[in-house]
Design a protein around this ligand. Structure first.
Ligand SMILES: [Zn+2]
Length: 89
């Protein structure tokens, strides 16, 4: 399975930060923590499961690698719809 020496890149982006600066995270857990501490107002309006493992797919920089490692939430749940809305802004 790990034939390539390339390290899978499953970095994620903070959907609430304006582009640039430190909005890139190595782990979705770091992103979740960041969102809770830095964006409490946005989090109040966001669906509860927005930063679940599978929903974070929509915040990933490299979706193919991310889906291999963590899977994808393919259902059109409120969380997924919200995630897509945030990333389309
Ligand atoms: Zn942020």
């Amino acid at each position: 399975m790990f034939q390539s020496s390339k390290i899978p890149d499953d970095d994620v982006l903070c959907p609430f930060c304006v582009s640039g600066k430190t909005r890139e995270f190595k782990k979705f857990g770091d992103l979740r923590h960041h969102a809770r501490t830095k964006h409490p107002i946005e989090m109040e309006h966001a669906p509860k499961g927005l930063f679940s493992t599978k929903t974070c797919f929509y915040f990933s920089i490299n979706p193919l690698e991310y889906s291999k490692l963590h899977g994808v939430d393919e259902e059109m749940s409120p969380e997924v719809q919200y995630a897509r809305y945030l990333m389309a802004k």
